[in-house]
Design a protein around this ligand. Structure first.
Ligand code: ADP
Ligand code: ZN
Length: 428
């Protein structure tokens, strides 16, 4: 799409106008933002440059929770055509509403993301994201349709049937979470198929982090090109950023969503390249506008030109959600750091989970449960103990903390057809 190739000046003009529009719109139509502006003695016309924009207070997940269900609406309910809600991975659901123009803008954005990933109107795309309140299924569905691809709206679950239809329909594009793609390959092998024979060409994966090891596993098992895309319900759903075929970070649709990176502690704006929390402003949203939404996702913006020629900045892979951060004995740990360590051991699979033992709300102990691969599995207690020690040592040097390691038999951890749940807490 043309808008992925604008010059830097063109983006800055468009963002300037877009932000002005978002501010005016929110001030005039949203009772929530009218109050925020008034409480801070702020008027939209005082904000003229991106530097001024930093004066607008952040909107947080908590604000949206408190507004449940319709407190963020800026149009009468009769203008809202659709409601979605977050899957509630980290608490009470957050509601999102869409006007006709919002749905149109969303579909257009997702179509752009799919096109960047190499999908064309000749493709047959199987959507294995859940259809329902979760934005993943419907989001990808309408975007792929907009692009002209043939959509198979399978939804999640029912893995065996997914595979058999995939074969019959000659599906060429798979839309799912990375964990489900891995699980499907596992089931395919159990049923006696070689996943490569399905002829999948491209994977559009999102909804959760995907480590390099997971991506390599998916690509080699299915023989497809895996691309990642990113989005969240609070801002729109999927279709905020996505990878081109260079797979070197996710291009943000900067003419629609204004990105910032802030220091999560101080709230100060950080420069391109610096790692911090992603803050997003959708500039043209009507039903549930949000300004400077703190996503909780930790990443950095990449401004260097991409080999594909697109000029939109990219966001790096998300290394964790700030609410996934585990603080144990004063040390901050992200699940992704543990995952990276595990990827260095060929004896263990990408399936792992973290069990937090809590006492009066404090984390006393962390246990990393890891599945062995069938090749890594052995009856020899000595070998297992040696592996256990090596993993523990590597974890200790990376995390400055030595969690307990529990090696599990292949296929003993729970599989998911949606987002993987990695963290479990038990109160002692
Ligand atoms: P929930 O918060 O209930 O999971 P959403 O479906 O809105 O509901 O999830 C959005 C979140 O999913 C993002 O904030 C981010 O943490 C995660 N996410 C989405 N896409 C990706 C991705 N490509 N890589 C890493 N995390 C992602
Ligand atoms: Zn690119």
């Amino acid at each position: 799409m043309q808008s992925d190739f604008y010059s830097v000046e063109e983006f800055s003009t468009r963002q300037g106008k877009g932000l002005q529009q978002a501010l005016n719109y929110a001030y005039q139509n949203s009772p929530f933002y009218r109050r925020v502006f008034d409480e801070n003695n702020l008027k939209p016309e005082q904000i003229k440059t991106p530097a001024d924009y930093a004066r607008v207070p952040f909107t947080t997940k908590n604000d949206l929770r408190q507004a449940y269900p319709y407190g963020m609406a800026a149009v009468p309910l009769e203008e809202i055509l659709r409601i979605h809600a977050s899957s509630g991975t980290t608490g009470k659901p957050i509601v999102a509403g869409y006007t006709r123009a919002d749905l149109d803008c969303w579909a257009e954005g997702v179509a752009r993301i799919c096109e960047m990933a190499g999908v064309t109107s000749k493709d047959i795309a199987q959507v294995s994201f859940g259809y329902g309140l979760f934005t993943g299924g419907f989001g990808l569905h309408y975007g792929l349709e907009r692009l002209g691809a043939t959509v198979v709206p399978f939804s999640s679950g029912n893995t065996e049937r997914q595979l058999s239809l995939m074969q019959d329909f000659q599906t060429s594009v798979l839309v799912s979470t990375p964990s489900f793609a891995i699980y499907m390959a596992e089931i395919a092998r159990e049923l006696g198929y070689n996943p490569r024979d399905f002829g999948l060409r491209i994977g559009l994966f999102g909804g959760e982090p995907c480590s390099d090891a997971m991506r390599e596993d998916i690509e080699s098992q299915w023989g497809l090109k895996a691309t990642l895309n990113y989005g969240l319900t609070e801002v729109v759903g999927p279709g905020i950023s996505g990878e081109c075929l260079e797979t070197a970070g996710m291009h943000i649709l900067e003419d629609v969503y204004y990105p910032e990176i802030i220091d999560p502690q101080s709230g100060k704006s950080l420069a391109d390249g610096e790692k911090g929390e992603l803050v997003l402003t959708p500039m043209f949203k009507e039903a549930f506008p949000v300004l400077r939404y703190r996503t909780g996702d930790i990443t950095r913006l990449i401004a260097e030109p991409c080999l594909c020629g697109r000029t939109t900045r990219r966001m790096d892979y998300i290394t964790g959600r700030s609410d996934d951060m585990i603080i144990i004995k004063g040390v901050n740990v992200f699940p992704s750091q543990i995952e990276e360590v595990l990827a260095g051991f060929r004896e263990v699979s990408p399936h792992y989970c973290l069990v937090l033992k809590k006492e009066k709300g404090f984390i006393k102990d962390l246990e990393v449960q890891i599945e062995l691969t069938p090749e890594g599995f052995t009856d020899s207690f000595k070998e297992l103990e040696a592996l256990d020690n090596r993993i523990r040592q590597r974890l200790r040097s990376t995390l400055s903390l030595a969690p307990r390691v529990k090696l599990m038999e292949p296929k003993s951890l729970e599989r998911t057809t949606g987002k993987a749940k990695r963290i479990f807490a038990v109160e002692e």
